[in-house]
Design a protein around this ligand. Structure first.
Ligand code: BES
Ligand code: MG
Ligand code: ZN
Length: 492
């Protein structure tokens, strides 16, 4: 799919379909200008019907009267509710409509004086288009229709071209995260993930290190080794480095949980929806998407991605409830439930990231707790942090990108809830109380004083029953967190 900016006047644009927006209760589309009397009156007529309600689309046939074959008007809803996310979503609907009509190209008008600033509007249109036209059809004979090309009609097309390119990179990062996360567990083991990371590192000139099962054992990654020992698909630790900052500048380290399939292990999960546990690698896939985009954007900073990857299986070799293991940090953990595996592999990865890189901040993504879905549902991820400054910066990126977060508290009372009688910690809290926070408390033990932000994406990593329908988040993995953290990294 090609996307380009043009400063062509909309009325002169030769295109299969010319698309413009209209605000609710306005009688004129934004920026379309004078087209032709007959067409203008048809447009007015159709706006009377749709009233510019959000997501309402009407299509006018121009019968050869204008250079555009069709004109599409899309409602944006009321002006006081307009946001980049509304624009992203409505653009997604337009793009899907254009694709279903089998058109090869569409043009979208972003007028001067549009209520959202030009750069944000352009990014939202690019993201809305690319993210909504995604479909995972690697395993289907019948592929989805070809994606149409897009021309964005703006006043300053030179600056727009740069903004488009960056938004394309960000969107491609998200799509890469989705494509990897959507792989079924029989086609994506920890070593598959490691090969995916390796080939990304070749293409994008990232430094890449993979630790094998034996190296993990030898280097005392007790959490990753324990969780990984039950599967014949051996565990891996994947490390990607982007070193484009000043030499010696402390990096930002980004860690992502990648359990390629979570059966629960000996504490076996019930069968209902167990298939969805192929998405338990989404945190790691988000990190891959971020590293891909960071390198393509050539951000002048140092960023390290760390992905602990295992398959959590029950077998004769599995770790068990009752085991006491020693984590990379040297602290011991009593295992009370083998299904609380994410915190064990993450704790190792976080401690390693801090020891190896002394980062200025460490950020992790994980489909960590079902409790997070109980607390926040499927549209908002949980945020837990030991550093309010970092938390505020990430929240501000969250507002800009509409990848929503809600911060949960953490203090010594929660840390006390994971104390064990026989080890330094236990891997579960007290029953169902504050499950998301007690999981985070386990991680807090691995990061000490390094500024740290943890995002529990159990509810938001893929489209679930209670997920709000968004055109730019079609079925399957969402790639949640890629746009969010890229925004944060770009402010550094
Ligand atoms: N991967 C799951 C969490 C999860 C569940 C994510 C459902 C998305 C949807 C995690 O490994 C897990 O099983 N957590 C347990 C922890 C419990 C045993 C303390 C949970 O949430 O039940
Ligand atoms: Mg589990
Ligand atoms: Zn899990």
């Amino acid at each position: 799919m090609k996307i380009k900016a043009e400063s062509t006047k909309p009325s002169n644009k030769k295109t299969p379909i010319l698309c413009a927006f209209v605000l609710e209760n306005s009688n004129e589309p934004l920026g379309l200008g004078k087209i032709h009397e007959k067409i203008n009156s048809s447009i007015k007529e159709s706006i009377k019907e749709t009233k510019g309600k959000v997501g309402e689309i009407s299509i006018i046939q121009t019968l050869g009267i204008t250079p555009a074959n069709k004109i599409l008007i899309a409602g944006l809803g009321p002006k006081n509710k307009l946001s980049t996310d509304v624009l992203r979503n409505v653009t997604g609907k337009i793009a899907q409509k254009v694709r279903s009509l089998g058109l090869s190209e569409f043009s979208i008008v972003i007028p001067i004086g549009f209520p959202i600033d030009s750069d944000s509007s352009i990014s939202a249109v690019v993201e809305g288009t690319m993210l909504s036209l995604y479909s995972f059809d690697k395993f289907k004979k019948e592929k989805s229709e070809k994606s149409p090309d897009l021309s964005i009609l703006v006043s300053n097309s030179q600056n727009a071209q740069k903004v488009i390119l960056q938004a394309q990179i960000v969107s491609e990062g998200t799509l890469f995260a989705r494509d990897t996360a959507n792989l079924p567990p029989n086609e994506c083991s920890p070593s598959t993930l490691a090969s995916i990371a390796k080939s990304l590192s070749f293409k994008n000139k990232l430094k890449c290190k993979i630790f094998s099962k034996n190296e993990l054992k030898q280097k005392k990654f007790g959490g990753i080794s324990a969780v990984g020992q039950g599967s014949k698909n051996e565990p891996k630790l994947i490390i990607l480095e982007h070193n484009k900052g000043r030499r010696g500048d402390k990096p930002v380290v980004i860690v992502g949980k990648a359990v390629t399939f979570d059966t629960g292990g000996i504490s076996l999960k019930p069968g209902d929806k167990m298939d969805e546990m192929k998405f338990d690698k989404c945190g790691g896939c988000t990190v891959l998407g971020i590293m891909k985009a960071v390198s393509e954007l050539k951000l002048p900073i140092n960023v390290v991605g760390i992905i602990p990857s295992v398959e959590n299986m029950p077998s004769g070799e599995s770790y068990r409830p009752g085991d006491i293991i020693r984590l990379y940090s040297g602290k011991t953990a009593e295992i009370l439930n083998t299904d609380a595996e994410g915190r064990l592999i993450l704790a190792d990865a976080l401690s390693y990231g801090i020891k190896q890189y002394s980062p200025k901040s460490i950020i992790d993504f994980a489909t960590l707790t079902g409790a997070c879905i109980v607390a926040l549902g499927n549209n908002i991820a949980g945020l837990v942090s030991n550093d309010q400054k970092l938390a505020e910066k990430i929240k501000s990126s969250s507002e800009k990108t509409s990848e929503e977060l809600w911060q949960l508290p953490i203090n010594d009372d929660y840390m006390d809830m994971i104390k064990s009688n026989v080890a330094d910690m236990k891997n579960v809290g007290m029953g169902r109380a504050a499950g998301t926070i007690t999981a985070a408390a386990f991680l807090a033990n691995a990061v000490d004083n390094t500024p740290w932000a943890h995002m529990d994406i159990a509810g938001t990593a893929w489209a679930q029953d209670a997920t709000k329908k968004k055109f730019y988040n079609p079925k399957g993995a969402t790639g949640f967190g890629v746009r969010l953290i890229l925004d944060y990294l770009r402010t550094l």
